[in-house]
Design a protein around this ligand. Structure first.
Ligand code: OKP
Ligand code: ZN
Length: 346
């Protein structure tokens, strides 16, 4: 299987994030990509290639122009605002335009951070834009390969992307890599694309980007937002709107779900994708469903990831696989290798 990887994904190195009111080491860290890269390098049948260092055209079709401008310039503006040069701490938003306020965009960088964020859980760092762009470019190049006839390609992306909406960052995500991959497949000639999001968390950004579109089916299998992040999207009654009515499918699962419950949802997801008539698949694959993951309540084992990959491959669709979450860093490389090998062996 083709692997799109660039060291650009290692630049974004958040220092810390908040947990229960105190700061802990950031879970979404460069070591995640390093361990996946090393596991695939040592594994069988993975062929590495670097994506081009250019901005993929699909980026501007799934994200707002003002948001992209903000992300690209946020760090130097924040640095100037703080006035500590190379010692500038990571940027966090501290207020949100909730229902009692209005959404007029402020001019100051700290106000704009709040305008463009969905949570305080996503440190914006000196390298956030570079790594997010490297990831989006990897996803787009993987899509080009698949559009050009390869059976499957894996984009080794980090930071992840599925929480990022057209104009919002959050959930460790800045640019929606899966959406970029899907849009690239459409731009290359596919009429219908399905996105299957297998991360533990609901991919609210991906869903919202394609909510009103009929050309992309977005299917999520995830922890029920009644008890889990992102809390405000991902319920079973969300089915899309306008031309996208019926092209959103949410399969929320209970706390503690193991392979049998998960496999049932996966069957339903695959049936929906087959019925939609998708010509290509984007697998938005997070490995934080793992039984050893610090963010997860699910009980998915390494062998289950191989079964997951096998089932997804059974759809028989040209597939772009994009990495989302997975925070049991020591186990992440082996889990991704197992999943991809399951897919490739099917
Ligand atoms: C990103 B992805 C729990 C904090 C949760 C957000 C999790 C983002 C997950 N104490 N913070 O979907 O893997
Ligand atoms: Zn996740």
């Amino acid at each position: 299987m083709r692997v799109l990887y660039t060291p650009g994904v290692l630049i974004h190195a958040p220092r810390s994030e908040m947990k229960h009111g105190t700061m802990i080491p950031a879970r979404e860290c460069p070591a995640r990509a390093v361990i996946v890269r090393d596991a695939l390098t040592q594994g069988q049948g993975f062929h590495f290639e670097e994506p081009p260092g250019t901005v993929p055209p699909a980026l501007g079709r799934v994200h707002d122009r003002d948001y992209l401008e903000f992300l690209q310039t946020a760090w130097p503006r924040w640095q100037a605002h703080i006035g500590q040069g190379d010692d500038t701490p990571d940027a966090f938003p501290l207020i949100f335009p909730v229902r009692t306020l209005n959404e007029t965009r402020p001019k100051a960088i700290d106000g704009e951070l709040s305008y463009y964020a969905m949570d305080t859980g996503t440190p914006l760092t000196a390298g956030a834009w570079e790594s997010a762009l490297a990831s989006a470019s990897s996803a787009a190049e993987a899509a080009h390969r698949v559009a050009g006839g390869e059976r499957a390609a894996f984009a080794l992306t980090r930071p992840p992307g599925h929480h990022a909406a057209a104009g919002k960052f959050g959930g460790y995500c800045f640019l929606n890599n899966a959406a970029v991959a899907a849009q690239t497949l459409l731009d290359a000639g596919a009429d219908k694309v399905a996105i299957l999001d297998l991360d533990y968390h609901h991919g609210n950004g991906t869903q919202s980007i394609f909510q009103a579109r009929g050309d992309v089916l977005v299917v999520n299998i995830h922890a029920d937002p009644d008890f889990e992040f992102p809390f405000f999207l991902g319920r079973a009654d969300e089915t899309g709107e306008g031309p996208g009515e019926g092209a959103t499918l949410n399969l929320p699962l209970a706390r503690g779900t193991g392979w049998s419950g998960y496999a049932e949802a996966l069957e339903r997801a695959c049936a929906a994708i087959a019925a939609f008539g998708a010509e290509a698949l984007v697998l938005s694959w997070g490995f934080d469903t793992y039984e050893g993951d610090p963010l997860s309540t699910f009980k998915i084992a390494r062998d289950d990831f191989a079964r997951m990959g096998e089932r997804a491959a059974g759809l028989g669709l040209p597939s772009v696989i994009v990495l989302e979450g997975g925070y049991a860093t020591a186990s992440l490389g082996g889990n991704v290798a197992a999943g991809l090998s399951g897919f490739a062996g099917a």
